[in-house]
Design a protein around this ligand. Structure first.
Ligand code: ATP
Length: 229
């Protein structure tokens, strides 16, 4: 994607329907700047997750478009997506393979050094070293990692490609406060490197945001700074 532009993401009057006649998202217009931190807030079912899928070009808007530095996200090839978007949600899906594979998703362009670096970044170096074969340990059980460690691995998986845009979907929703603190401190370290969009049920200070977007009935009800809202 072209660099050096001030505006990174632009929502151009997008409307989305899963079923004809029922707008889940309605006429959203929004412009996000490079490195802006935005939190989307709204009640369950308002369409926050759908909006993230639209942003990553996994769904096509019924009307309008979302562009990243002028390029329609729906036209970005899937093979390029990881370099642009880092996505984290509440569930970490373990893939068949080693600990290192959990981070690289077996993408051979990601080096062992990059994997080690990101494992270190999220604070899991010691734990990984304690496993029988370190990074090469096969992950054949769901209990090898605790819930908090899985969430840290999810962040590592999302940021290993150093994507300009980070999408965080309710990532601390089911975690206890000690783990939440750990996650927040890891995100704090990487926050300057990305435009960050997060989803939250409530106005939490999970990651300090410049802008809050309140969604209601598929529309943007309010946009502003957290202090004002
Ligand atoms: P939550 O906070 O619970 O994750 P959300 O705000 O992210 O909710 P979405 O998951 O985007 O909401 O769902 C928005 C609406 O679209 C809901 O009414 C949901 O039932 C509907 N919906 C979601 N996925 C589909 C689908 N694949 N087909 C039809 N309707 C869907």
């Amino acid at each position: 994607i072209p660099k050096g532009e001030d505006v990174i993401l632009s929502f151009n009057d997008i409307t989305f329907q899963y079923e004809e006649g029922l707008d889940i998202i309605q006429n959203i217009n929004l412009v996000l700047k490079q490195n802006e931190k935005v939190t989307f807030v709204g009640r369950t079912g308002v369409g926050k997750t759908t909006l993230f899928k639209l942003i990553m070009g996994l769904l096509k808007p019924t009307k309008g478009s979302i562009t990243i530095n002028g390029i329609d996200v729906y036209d970005i090839p899937n093979s390029e997506k990881r370099k642009i978007f880092g996505y984290v949600d509440q569930s970490f899906h373990i893939i068949k393979g080693t600990v290192g594979d959990q981070i690289s998703l077996q993408d051979e362009s990601i080096t062992r050094e990059q994997i080690e670096e990101v494992i270190d970044f999220v604070g899991l170096t010691e734990y990984v070293a304690s496993l029988e074969n370190g990074l090469d340990t096969m992950v054949d059980s769901d209990t090898l990692f605790s819930q908090g460690q899985k969430q840290l691995l999810a962040i590592a998986r999302a940021i290993v490609t150093n994507p300009p845009i980070l999408l965080l979907d309710e990532i601390t929703a089911n975690l206890d406060s000690i783990i939440e603190e750990k996650i927040v401190s890891v995100l704090q370290k990487t926050r300057d490197a990305h435009t960050i969009l997060s989803i939250s049920h409530r106005l939490s200070s999970m990651i300090a945001s410049d802008t809050v977007v309140i969604l209601e009935d598929g529309k943007v009800k309010n946009v502003g700074s957290p202090e004002v809202l």
